[in-house]
Every structure is written in C-alpha cells, then in structure tokens.
Ligand binder design. Structure first.
Ligand SMILES: Cc1cc2nc3c(=O)[nH]c(=O)nc-3n(C[C@H](O)[C@H](O)[C@H](O)COP(=O)(O)OP(=O)(O)OC[C@H]3O[C@@H](n4cnc5c(N)ncnc54)[C@H](O)[C@@H]3O)c2cc1C
Length: 416
C-alpha cells in the first residue's frame, strides 16, 4: 500500500457511485468495484423521489405501536417473509429497543435533519457537475390521506418540516384532486410540497454518474470482494476472486451485503433486506405529472421516463430469499384504489432490497478500529436522497474533517 494506490469503493449502487464522484473531485485516484454492472441492484428500481423532508426516523414509538396491526394485514404496507422470522428476530429486538429509547429517536431526528440539509446542497451540485439535469424534474410532490385521523398523525412530522423551513401546503381533498387529476374521491386531505424533486430514471442516474466518473479518469472494475489485506489497523488491499488490489483507503458501500464485508473487517453491520417492489405500467388516462404517495399504504406513484412506476411497501426478509410476487400484485390494486380511472398494461415488475439497520439510521463515516476504512451503507428508504451527501461527508472525513455533532447517530461503530 502506498499513497499512489487508489481509494477503492466497494459497491457501485447510487451510494458507492456518488461517493466515487465526490472522492474523485477531491483529487483522489478512485477505483469503483462491483461484482455486477453499476446501478443494477437496489438503486435500479426505486421510486425516484428526493425525499429531502423525511425527517421522522422510522424507528419510533408510533411505528412500534402499529406493528402488530400492520403485520397481521398481509395486504398492508409492511409484512414479514415468514420463513425468515428466526433470522429476523434479533434485528427486530434491536429495532424495538431503538424505537423505545428517547435518546435514540432524538439521534434519528438530529441526524436526518443534518443529512437532509447536506443532501439538498449535494444533489444540486451533483446534478450540475455530472450533467444530470434531464433526469430530474421539480414538479412538486403530493402526500394524500384517506382519513382525517391519518392526516392528524402527521402533526409531529409537519412540525419538524416547518422547523427546517420546508415549503408545504395542507390541502383538502378537492385541491388534492386538482393537483393530481384522477385521484379518488375518498381522499380527504393532502400535503403538497411544491419543491419536490424526482428522477424520471433512477438507473440512468447511476449509469450517468458512472460514465462521468470514468470520463474524468476513474476506474470501474468488475469483481466480488472476498477479503482484505491488513497491516495492523490499516487495510492495504482488497481481494477479489483471483487478484489482490492495493488500496490507499477503502469505502464499504455494498448496500445490503455490506454486513458480510464488515464481518471480515471485524465490526458489525446488522443489516436486513427490507424488500420493496415496483411495477411499471404504460398508463392509460394518467393525468398527473408529480409523484403522489398515500403514506398509509407505504408507496409512491411516480411518473417516469418509461411509464408510471408504482413502487414501495416493505417485506422484511433474510438475504437471498425468493421474491413474494403477490406483493407486486398488490401495487396494482393500490393504483386502482387511489387512481380508479388509470389503467394500462403492466410492463415489468421488480424487487429490491433496501439495506436497513435496526435503528433506521445509515452508517456513514470511518469504521471502528480501522484507520483507512470508511462506511456508507444502511440508507434504507432514503438511499437515493442521501447518496450524494454521504459521499461528501466521507470525503471530508478522509481529508481530516470531523463530522458535525448532529451526525453522532450515524457512526458506523455503534453496533460494535
Ligand atoms: C421499492 C423501493 C423504493 C424506493 N424509493 C426510494 C426513493 O424514492 N427515494 C430514495 O431516496 N430511496 C428510495 N429507495 C431506497 C434506495 O433505493 C436504496 O436505499 C438505495 O438504492 C441503496 O443503494 P446502495 O448503493 O446502498 O445499494 P445497491 O444499489 O444495492 O448497491 C450495492 C452494490 O454493491 C454490490 N456488492 C455487494 N456485495 C459486493 C461484494 N462483495 N463485492 C463487490 N460488490 C458488491 C452490489 O452488486 C450492488 O451493485 C427505495 C427502495 C425500494 C426497494
């Protein structure tokens, strides 16, 4: 290992690719390493929304309270892959503890706010720097509520958003139907975010970032990481199937599989696969052009370059389990319920694994007990939103800058 060796970023999803771009801009020689083509895993099929006002940590008392009801409704926003249950239990216990601890919930709020402020700046800069303008649209976004009680449950969230300075407008059902024509008459309330931004093709975002990375001198290598060379508390090389690649520093950004790599390095990342699905539809009679989310159902309807994407819901599972395609069928039912007049042929369906830690906070920053290993994983529902911010934070840390106190909650060392 020498200073001439590259920083090796493991994982070319949106998180790793954005980190590679940030490091490259800071003057590092960077190799982006993935066992597959960039952007083909979870970053391929998300709902495309820059969720910059998601300020409520999902690990909180109200989620825990609703859990039994949600888990017994097989058509609801959250389900368990039943054969995975024994594997999931330790994660669920940690999730319950994090949700019940006031201090942990506060860390979630503090870190989300700090990350979102950074993400807003970082995406604007990256869209400019990497020529991504055509892939993003600022058409606003609309959250819709099917009961007054559900809307009232957003009190705390709106308080946090107002405190951050988010621009939003509370609307009644009729105004919601003006903003998103075709919305069902049973919608009683909405929250309209006029500055909401989404991408019309999440895969192309990663592909374009990867192309710009190589055009600017970065190297993309294909290979599955199997081990690391060490010299005391420094990693000196990354081992792929038949090669050892010398490294000045390493970034672990391998999504859900990151825990397999951190184990090799002697620290924990208790990630589960929070599986989500999407269905692409060539829509008939679609008259809205902004992302619409009924939060009680845990999904988005996002107008995209190649049709309407219905994406979301959660199925907690162990890794490498077969898909439960009935969860994708449900997405079509949600479309019929929320936009009854919209039809159209299904074009494709997809499953992705959100990488999720039990406290629903990502791990960003220097690894415990290692001098030159950095982490960026566990971005759960917010990986697209937080990718560029995470890349910038790691880059700054590599330059010797400490992370802000508000980001104490994302320390990768918190799981031992
Ligand atoms: C249905 C759904 C909707 C979503 N909607 C949104 C949204 O609207 N907004 C938002 O912000 N987020 C959203 N998300 C979340 C977001 O998609 C994820 O958080 C994000 O894609 C995670 O990116 P990643 O780069 O960490 O992981 P991935 O995209 O999974 O990339 C990890 C990469 O690591 C590679 N890898 C793994 N192990 C190894 C190894 N040993 N060696 C080499 N390479 C390896 C893999 O091949 C892969 O390419 C959604 C997710 C889902 C499922």
């Amino acid at each position: 290992m020498s200073d001439q060796d590259p920083v090796i970023v493991v994982g070319a999803g949106i998180v790793g690719t954005a980190a590679a771009r940030a490091l490259q801009r800071a003057g590092h020689t960077v190799t982006l390493l993935d066992s597959a083509e960039p952007g083909r895993a979870t970053s391929f099929g998300n709902a495309g929304f820059l969720s910059l006002d998601s300020l409520m940590p999902l690990a909180r008392p109200s989620t825990l309270k609703n859990l039994p009801r949600m888990l017994t409704d097989r058509t609801g926003p959250l389900t368990l892959h039943t054969p995975s249950l024994p594997w999931l239990l330790p994660w669920m216990a940690r999730f319950a503890l994090a949700s019940l601890s006031k201090a942990e919930v506060q860390k979630g709020k503090d870190s989300l706010k700090a990350l979102m402020i950074e993400a807003d700046i970082a995406w604007k800069a990256e869209i400019q720097a990497s020529g991504l303008g055509e892939l993003f649209q600022t058409k606003g976004a609309l959250y819709v509520y099917e009961s007054e009680a559900a809307f009232l449950g957003t009190d705390e969230m709106r308080g946090l958003q107002a405190n951050k300075g988010t621009d939003f407008e509370i609307v009644d059902g009729n105004r919601a139907r003006e903003l998103a024509p075709g919305l069902s008459p049973h919608i009683v309330r909405g929250i309209h975010y006029p500055n909401g931004t989404h991408t019309i093709n999440p895969y192309r975002v990663v592909e374009t970032l990867a192309q710009r990375f190589t055009a600017d001198g970065g190297t993309i290598l294909r290979g599955r990481v199997r081990g690391f060379g060490r010299d005391g508390h420094r990693v000196t090389s990354v081992q792929i199937t038949d090669q050892s690649l010398p490294a000045k520093a390493v970034v672990i950004a391998a999504g859900r599989a990151s825990g397999e790599l951190t184990r090799l390095l002697g620290f924990n990342a208790p990630l589960v696969a929070e599986r989500g699905y999407h269905v692409m539809v060539a829509p008939d009679n679609m008259r809205f052009d902004l992302p619409v989310s009924p939060p009680e159902r845990g999904l988005f309807f996002t107008p995209m370059q190649e049709g309407l994407r219905i994406a979301g819901t959660v199925e907690l599972a162990a890794p490498h389990q077969p898909p439960s395609w009935q969860r994708a069928d449900l997405l079509i039912k949600h479309l019929k319920d929320i936009f009854p007049g919209v039809g159209g042929a299904e074009q494709s369906r997809w499953i992705g694994e959100r990488p999720t830690l039990p406290d629903y906070r990502p791990a960003i920053g220097r690894a415990p007990r290692l001098a030159n290993v950095y982490c960026s994983y566990g971005h759960q529902h917010l990986g697209l939103t937080l990718a560029t911010a995470s890349g910038r934070l790691i880059t700054r840390q590599m330059e010797g800058e400490a992370l802000a106190d508000a980001l104490a909650g994302v320390d990768p060392g918190r799981f031992g």
